[in-house]
Ligand binder design. Structure first.
Ligand SMILES: NC(=O)c1ccc[n+]([C@@H]2O[C@H](COP(=O)([O-])OP(=O)(O)OC[C@H]3O[C@@H](n4cnc5c(N)ncnc54)[C@H](OP(=O)(O)O)[C@@H]3O)[C@@H](O)[C@H]2O)c1
Length: 277
């Protein structure tokens, strides 16, 4: 039986992925940075490397991602790839981000290249911006002032549902049909934030708008909320890429890999409406 170690198994993608792999009959080791509280959980801190070797012992496959909050992704990911190789892991699926391959010096790209050159069976998945950000990262402004506050002008994004990312990862970890390739994952439609706000308004039954704010206003907000300076600058850089139109691209990867269309924003908004209502 195949054993897969899932990093971020309490998170949005990891929890859905672990469930899908178990449904397929795999043994799943769920990594947590906290003290394990459930059967099947293993403690592992990617930032320090603690618990990594023990968690990987006897594992066939690894789902690898950086927890949010870290800007130097390669510093966490490369040691994990090396540890997987040392432990005899066969395949690694790495969660990256769309646009990470724009330059080989980008931290996520450095980790991608390390994996591609490792000799392990590999996949890199590069999702676009998550729909789920609207009930996590950007929720506070919506709840407090009925506004999405972002410095992205009227640029559009092909937002993706994290459940589609988990489903793609599950497929890549249960077959070799798409092995040794990177896949840019997007939704099927492009929306600007005024259109997103209209869909959230409709779903939540209360008015929600979009305010295009100066980049520095977001910087001050993120720093004030306690985000590390380097992670704040990382977020501003990728939001700048969104504003410049780089998040507009639509790919057919979800359809190709899953054999079905990606979840639409309207469906996401309906299913998560209690967060904004
Ligand atoms: N948001 C976007 O639009 C977007 C777009 C493209 C790519 N991404 C990428 O998606 C990833 C986030 O995915 P997600 O939303 O599924 O994550 P998430 O829900 O925030 O989950 C991350 C998990 O990581 C675990 N964790 C925290 N610190 C850790 C540590 N030091 N070592 C090991 N595990 C740790 C946490 O679980 P415990 O508390 O149990 O440890 C947490 O549940 C990031 O890598 C980000 O770059 C995001």
């Amino acid at each position: 039986m195949t054993t897969t170690l899932v990093i971020g198994a309490n998170g949005q993608i990891g929890s859905a992925l672990a469930q899908l792999l178990e449904q397929q009959g795999q043994t799943v080791r769920r990594a947590t940075s906290r003290t394990p509280s459930q059967p099947g959980e293993v403690q592992l801190n990617l930032a320090t490397g603690e618990g990594l070797a023990a968690a990987l012992a006897g594992v066939d496959q690894l789902f690898l991602m950086t927890p949010p909050g870290y800007a130097q992704h390669h510093e966490l990911l490369i040691p994990a790839i090396d540890a997987a190789q040392a432990a005899g892991v066969r395949k690694v699926v790495l969660l990256s981000a769309m646009g990470a391959n724009a330059d080989d010096n980008i931290p996520l790209r450095r980790a991608e290249l390390h994996l591609e050159r490792s000799g392990l069976a590999w996949n890199v998945i590069r999702p676009n911006w998550f729909m789920q950000n609207f009930h996590t990262f950007w929720l506070h402004g919506i709840q407090a002032q009925g506004q999405i506050f972002l410095p992205v002008g009227d640029a559009k994004g092909s937002f993706i549902d994290t459940r589609d990312i988990a489903a793609v990862a599950a497929k890549l970890l249960s077959s070799d049909d798409f092995v040794n390739a990177a896949h840019d994952l997007t939704g099927s439609e492009t929306l600007d934030h005024t259109q997103v706000a209209a869909l959230l308004t409709h779903a939540a039954g209360r008015p929600i708008g979009y305010t295009d704010i100066p980049e520095d206003a977001l910087r001050q907000g993120l720093l004030g909320a306690g985000l590390p300076a380097d992670y704040t600058e990382f977020l501003l850089v990728i939001l700048g890429a969104f504003k410049a139109g780089y998040a507009e691209r639509v790919t057919d990867a979800v359809q190709r890999i899953l054999g079905r269309a990606p979840i639409r924003f309207e469906q996401y908004a309906q299913e998560f409406r209690t967060h904004w209502a």
